[in-house]
Write a protein that binds this ligand. Sequence first.
Ligand code: NAD
Ligand code: IPM
Ligand code: MN
Length: 359
Amino acid sequence: PRTVKLALIPGDGIGPEVVAEAVKVLDAATAGSGVEFEKTHFSLGAARYLETGDVLTDDDLAAIAAHDVILLGAVGGVPGDPRLANANIERGLLLKLRFSLDHYVNLRPTVIYPGVPSPLASHGEVDFVVVREGTEGPYVGNGGAIRQGTPHEVANEVSVNTAYGVERVVRDAFARAQARRKKLTLVHKTNVLTFAGGLWKRIVDEVGATFPEVAVDYLHVDAATIFLVTDPARFDVIVTDNLFGDILTDLAGAISGGIGLAASGNINPDGTYPSMFEPVHGSAPDIAGLGKADPTAAILSAALLLEHIGLPDEAGAIREAVVADIAGRGGASRTTSQIGDAIVSALTAAAAPELTTTH
Ligand code: NAD
Ligand code: IPM
Ligand code: MN
């Protein structure tokens, strides 16, 4: 048996609720696979900060980095909670993990599954993946303010784009496009952000020359939001910067049946550090503790995790179970754990016929 060290960071709000269901599904999907998870729980997030004053210590980071792979729920408190004003959980925990573990590919797939209540009336077959740069852009914290709190305040938040950082994510996106429908769309704002946009465009052209089979397209980010609503079937792989990718993927979640279905992976393709899988959504303080959270995004993130550690069949089985569950949802409202249990049942039911053929 192969042992995989899995770090679990359930986090705040609905994070622990959805991670519990994802772990159930992960265990069911890998039963009998020869892979065994050695799980460590890390209690991190706004709740931990309020208790101890710590967001993410060097020891926490080192302990997490010693794992093979990470599953995270969501972190962060109620937006605007004054007790969290100085903590900056998002930057000090989530982004610190992504940056320290060099998660330069933030992979966010979107599929409109059969039977899903998409707000789009007719959309065709929607199956695309956003490759969002994960370690640069306006997220780096390269900012500052002077004369804060005065009418003459000046605040800067500088977007950092390095040739090295852009090249490696663009190359990854091209490789994914090559393995899919061979279409790559760069999304940026080259008409205004001429320096960063110029660098992205040039690197896409350069790397694209080494992938002659991949058709390259370009959209300004504002136009991309139009096409995500009017013609999302046109997309295969979208490559974009950290902030544009953040915004586009919430929109992608909304068109594909809701943010409760949107999964993601923060990937270090080099394997130097553990990759981290998490739903795109946040801690949803408005529904936390009510059993109303849809765990599907966390469950599909667990499927991405399995694919990453080399278990594509088990990942596929989870996806099939989710597709079956979504197709049968109708209007019934179910609790978080009822959805998790139904997906586990669909998994087990799909596995059963195989067993009967063996005797
Ligand atoms: P959010 O994603 O938490 O919630 C937005 C809306 O979507 C809410 O109405 C919520 O109820 C709903 N929603 C989210 N997930 C759902 C699910 N699984 N099932 C059903 N409904 C769901 O975004 P927000 O309100 O902007 O942020 C809340 C907190 O989460 C903030 O502190 C924010 O910084 C943090 N956050 C964390 C992450 C993360 O950990 N990766 C991501 C986004 C936001
Ligand atoms: C996401 C979130 C994070 C981001 C925040 C919480 C830092 O919105 O994972 O999409 O902006 O990347
Ligand atoms: Mn986001």
